[in-house]
Design a protein around this ligand. Structure first.
Ligand code: ADP
Length: 451
């Protein structure tokens, strides 16, 4: 059995991993940057090693230093969390070559599914529907223009190496296509060090519905149902829930999508936890857009839906154990919703609001879970993303989960900085959202009509 895990991450996910390890009787090593000395995961891990300066490229992205820390502390596995090195195939290989288990998929799967164009081709061959678009990266502008016309506008231009909603541009005609293609390539080069882009039909007002999958090293693959992540701002998720209100009314569609998710996972020759993302149009056509080869921010909604601890399952899978359940054992009889609490000012176009938290009081009570690394007096470093916590509320049905979320948001006290809590309160009491009608176009419309 794995004895000691290095957590190659920070913030709430690092703390989440410490907690799972502790319950499994596994020791933990936190690695942290000079800016994260105060973070709760550093205090709560069994051991902690500082690996460098505050900027991610001086610490959390420094694979060599992380591996050196692992060797000094004699750990036998590394959990990468999300972001940073979690989808870096080279890092996974480096771990394995040093005889350290990488708690995640094999490098080969990360590489294949990390290239979005290759990922689409992989699942298409397995019979999973994909959004119409270019077969791979765009090699030639004139050919791309021809294809855009053939697909029909609007089209979306996306970075092959994209992530976090960045590097995407929408074009409505030939003129804007030529312009946006250049912008997208430049953005992709800057953000990901790879300027390759591909194009897709832009699906108007779709829902973003993704399936959580687990695959063990003995060939068993199951899905744990879906998460509806349609509430997004600038292609970045803000609220996630499970089940999807759209699929609650379409159980046969859930079945078909679940089957497709398993096929896609098998096609990736996948092991460990992963997510198959789909866009679904108003008539129920669904299209694969990408696979995320890591644990996701929104994993707790699936945990509260199914009662399965995903981080523990990741560790047990990495340890070579078979999944302890079959598809038929996994039930979806509850409802869970997550609000991302970001240190951002919604009144100022969501600009980051780092600083010192004066008073911090997290909500509690029946059906409320808060995953957060902050506390009263915590200083939010300006170097990382702005998420300071996740509020997850659950209950017997959607109405109960939403009422509970509204109640909990009203209890949440975070003084000294601006947060997204007021926006969440407004959304939880917005009729369109309450009726389960939100698509990915929802937030823009909501912000336009909210004073
Ligand atoms: P990232 O990896 O950057 O998160 P994704 O491919 O997962 O990018 O897309 C993120 C979001 O962008 C989707 O949830 C959706 O809102 C929007 N999007 C992506 N592709 C399309 C498309 N073909 N049509 C419409 N919206 C899209």
């Amino acid at each position: 059995m794995i004895q000691k895990v290095l957590i190659a991450n920070r913030g709430e996910i690092a703390l989440r991993i410490v907690r799972a390890c502790r319950e499994l009787g596994i020791k933990t090593l936190a690695v942290y940057s000079e800016a994260d000395v105060q973070s709760l995961h550093v205090q709560l891990a069994d051991e902690a090693i500082c690996i460098g300066g505050p900027r991610s490229d001086e610490s959390y992205l420094k694979a060599d230093r992380i591996i050196a820390a692992a060797e000094i502390a004699d750990v036998d596995a590394i959990h990468p969390g999300y972001g940073f090195l979690s989808e870096n195939a080279k890092f996974a290989e480096q771990c394995e070559s040093c005889n350290i288990k990488f708690i995640g998929p094999r490098a080969e799967s990360i590489r294949r599914m990390g290239d979005k164009a290759v990922a689409k081709e992989t699942v298409r061959k397995a019979g999973v529907p994909i959004v119409p678009g270019s077969d791979g990266p765009i090699a030639n502008e004139a050919e791309a223009l021809k294809l855009a016309r053939k697909i029909g506008y609007p089209v979306i231009i996306k970075a092959v190496a994209g992530g976090g909603g960045r590097g995407m541009r929408i074009a409505h005609n030939d003129v804007s296509f030529a312009k946006e293609l250049h912008v997208a390539k430049n953005e992709a080069e800057k953000a990901f060090g790879n300027g390759d882009v591909y194009i897709e039909k832009y699906i108007e007002k779709p829902r973003h519905i993704e399936f959580q999958v687990l695959a063990d090293s003995h060939g068993k693959v199951v899905h744990l149902g879906e998460r509806d992540c349609s509430v997004q701002r600038r292609h970045q998720k803000l609220i996630e829930e499970a089940p999807s209100p759209f699929l609650l009314a379409n159980p046969s569609l859930r079945k078909a999508m679940g089957k497709a998710a398993i096929k896609a996972t098998e096609a990736a020759n996948y092991e460990n936890a992963g997510t198959i993302e789909f866009l679904v149009d108003a008539t129920g056509n669904f299209y694969f857009i990408e696979m995320n080869t890591r644990i996701q921010v929104e994993h707790p909604v699936t945990e509260e839906l199914t009662g399965i601890d995903l981080i523990k399952q990741q560790i047990l899978i990495a340890n070579g154990e078979p999944l302890p359940f079959d598809q038929k054992d996994i039930t979806f009889n509850r409802h869970a919703i997550e609000c991302r609490i970001n240190a951002e000012d919604p009144a100022r176009n969501f600009t980051p609001s780092p600083g010192t938290i004066g008073l911090y009081y997290a909500p509690g009570g029946h059906g409320v879970r808060v995953d957060s690394h902050v506390y009263s007096g915590y200083q939010i470093p300006p170097y990382y993303d702005s998420m300071i916590g996740k509020l997850i509320c659950y209950g017997a049905d959607r109405k109960t989960a939403l009422e509970r979320a509204y109640r909990a948001l009203n209890e949440y006290l975070i003084r000294g900085i601006k947060t997204t809590i007021p926006i969440h309160k407004a959304i939880m009491s917005d009729p369109t959202f309450m009726e389960g009608k939100a698509t990915t176009a929802y937030m823009e419309d909501f912000l336009a009509r909210t004073p």
